[in-house]
Design a protein around this ligand. Sequence first.
Ligand code: NAP
Length: 525
Amino acid sequence: MRLSGHLLIGAADVPASEGTMKALNPATNQLIEPEFAFGGPAQVDQAAMLADAAFDSYSHTSLAERAAFLETIADNLDAVRSELAARTALETGLPHAQFEGEAARAATQFRQFADVVRKGRFLQLAIDPAQPERQPRPRMDHRLQKIALGPVAIFGASNFPISYSVAGGDTASALAAGAPVILKAHNAHPGASEIQARAIRNAVQAHGLHEGVFSMVRGDGNAIGEALVDHPLIKAVTFTGSEQGGMALYRRAQLRPDPIPVFTEMTSVNPTFILPDALAVRGAEIGDGFIERMLVNVGQACLCPSILIAIKGAGFETLRSAMRKRVSEAPARTMLTPGIHGAYVKGLMAMESAGADLIAVGTPADATLDGRAALLEVDGQRLLNEPALAHEVFGPSALLVSVDDEAQLLAVARSFKGQLSAAMHLEDRDLGLARRLLPILERRTGRIVVNAFAHPQEVTYATVHGGPFPATSDSRFTSVGMTSIERFLRPVAYQGFPDALLPEVLREDNPLNLPRNVDGAHSAV
Ligand code: NAP
């Protein structure tokens, strides 16, 4: 596919109104062709008007039509997989094979959401039939379904340029909910963004849907993102990135005359606790596995485990040596953007200033944007005294925390802010301590893993990729998994409606044979 560099607003290829940019190959620090257009508030307005115009027809597509549309997006993504992987590798410095996998995952996700749509459970249909004889007053017929909130603005993430970007889970779940999408492309991978956006737009056209169902904009600086969040026709926002950026957009949305939900996913150190018996029996293996996971994506992953807590004693030295060995053998690798690289270097210096000791470094960097792996160590009391040590350093670094005893391990667990995930490594004899640790972790995280590390690739009904602030801005929802669709839905009740006026899914004869809660009991399908 020849990349045009245009903004994709509805069916139109829109040229630059506010300058252009080229993608950077972070491995070579060279710019890559072609030029990509920047737009501004006028283009956001154009896309939002189209999305609003598309809303009524798109949100009323039948479940079968909508599911088929999502499957066509999946097919279109499959058709461009190699090309998409190649361009993404060029724009990120990460391996081609990784992006073949990420593109396949993105396509699978659209198919999974097609299945969610066909099954119709997300509509949460409920019927409380009329009770004309009820005393002291009769009950009217009440019926409920969930409908889409309205057009959704999605900020593509830098660190997963496909699965958290244009064709990522946010887009798949919003389109599945019946919400038109305006995607704000991340400037770290403009070519990859265009390939994905065209795959989605081609599906819109193939299904004869309103052109406003999907648009992609791009801009220089904050103005375009601010215009999206401020636009009165946008009814929800999703964001993956820094706490600073996420909270700026969140606060902005709450200051609108009509505040809207902003689902941000921001920061997590994914603390890992090794309980004493597991440490004694498998300290080296766990330490090695921890560093291996930490190094995935050059440490630029939301579920990257970056703080490991263990009690000094049997197995601690073995754990420490295994971690040092693995880090010192790790090659420096290209990081995604100059900004992320710079923040990583600064973050490491801040950790040392806050009192952490640098106990191992990876092989030296060859290129400007190479991130050198690092292992720092601190004792539990220092971490308790210095909350800055528990901040995320986005990149290939880890902090080993040595605690004195079980009481200090629990105190350290209590000191953590909200997290996407936490892990416990344990043997049978550790179960008592694990039971005391568990409620502390439940209050602080959306996912708790035992004897493994959180895995980002699973997209299921039980997946939770969320957690209390600052991991996200709304711990009631997940941004990955089949229930992520719930972010874009709201309930509407229909009271006393004649059958002929009801939405098809709520009619008495249940023509689509969908699961419904009738008078408090779930109907089987
Ligand atoms: P970012 O700086 O937060 O930017 C994410 C997106 O939001 C970009 O499109 C950015 O536009 C836009 N944006 C940010 N602040 C904005 C504001 N105040 N107003 C309007 N738009 C705004 O994140 P990033 O570029 O991906 O990476 C920077 C840092 O974020 C990393 O070093 C890392 O610490 C953190 N991060 C964390 C995760 C995680 O999963 N934990 C993932 C990604 C990034 P512009 O590019 O035009 O500024």
